[in-house]
Design a protein around this ligand. Sequence first.
Ligand SMILES: NC(=O)c1ccc[n+]([C@@H]2O[C@H](COP(=O)([O-])OP(=O)(O)OC[C@H]3O[C@@H](n4cnc5c(N)ncnc54)[C@H](O)[C@@H]3O)[C@@H](O)[C@H]2O)c1
Length: 248
Amino acid sequence: MLLEGKVAIVTGGSRGIGRAISEDLAKNGAKIVVNYNSNADAANETVAAINALGSEAIAVQADVSDFDQAQALGKAAIEAYGQVDILVNNAGTTKDTLLMTMKEAQWDDVMDINLKSAFNMTKAVARPMIRKKNGGRIINISSVSGLIGLPGQSNYSASKAGMIGFSKALAKELGGRAITVNCIAPGFIPTDLTSVLDEDRVKWITESTPLGRMGKPEEIAHAVTFLASDHAAFITGETLRVDGGIAM
Ligand SMILES: NC(=O)c1ccc[n+]([C@@H]2O[C@H](COP(=O)([O-])OP(=O)(O)OC[C@H]3O[C@@H](n4cnc5c(N)ncnc54)[C@H](O)[C@@H]3O)[C@@H](O)[C@H]2O)c1
C-alpha cells in the first residue's frame, strides 16, 4: 500500500477525473475526503465505492472558489481524520468562447473555480501540513490548454497556466518542509467537461494525439497516485503531461 495512513482531499472528487483520483488513492490505502459542490448523490456514490474497496471516505460539500468554504473543507478533513497529507486541486470548469464574445463573468468564473480555488485550498491545508512535520503533497490538475493555449479557451488556458506558476512558487516556499507541489497536465479525457465537444473536435484530438486516442480518467489518477507516493519524494515544481503526446 503506497499511501497507507495518508489522508487526501480531492476537490471535485465525486465524478469524472476526480472520482477516478479518489478511488485510486483509496485503493492505495489513503483515507479520502471527497469534496463536491452540488451533487450529493454522486459524492455519496463515490464514498460507497471507496468503502467497497475497504477504505474510508467522507463526502464534504464546499464551493472551493469561495475562500471561507474552502477553509471549512480543510477543517472538516482535519476534524474527521486528524491530518491532511495530500491535497488534489481537481475541481474545474470551462466557459469556452472566443475573446471577442467572452463576458467578464465567464472570465471571472473560470479563474475563481480553476485557479483561486487552488489558492483557497492550499491556504486551508498548508499550515496543518507544516505543523504535522510529516511532509505533504499538493497536486494541481492543470491542462495541456495551459501549456500550449487553445483557441476559445483564453480564460481556461490562463487559469491552467496560472496553476503551473503558482505550483512552482509554492514548491520553492514549501520545499524546506518536505511538501512537494506538482501539476498534472491531462490531455483530452471523456468526462462531463468534454461531453460538449463536437465530432470534428474529437476527430482533431485523436488525429493530433500520437497515441491516437483520448485518455481515460484512471490514467490521470495513476499519475496522481505516483506523485502522492514516496516514489515521487524528490519531484517538485514539475508539470507532468499525461496527454498521449498531444502537447509535446
Ligand atoms: N476532461 C478533460 O479532457 C480534461 C483535460 C485537462 C484538464 N482537465 C481538468 O481535470 C479536472 C477534472 O475535470 P473533469 O474532466 O473530470 O470534469 P468534470 O466536470 O466531470 O469534473 C469537474 C469537477 O469539479 C467540480 N467543481 C466545479 N466547480 C466546483 C466548485 N466551485 N467547488 C467544488 N467543486 C467544483 C464539479 O462538481 C466536478 O465534480 C478539471 O480541473 C479539468 O479542468 C480535464
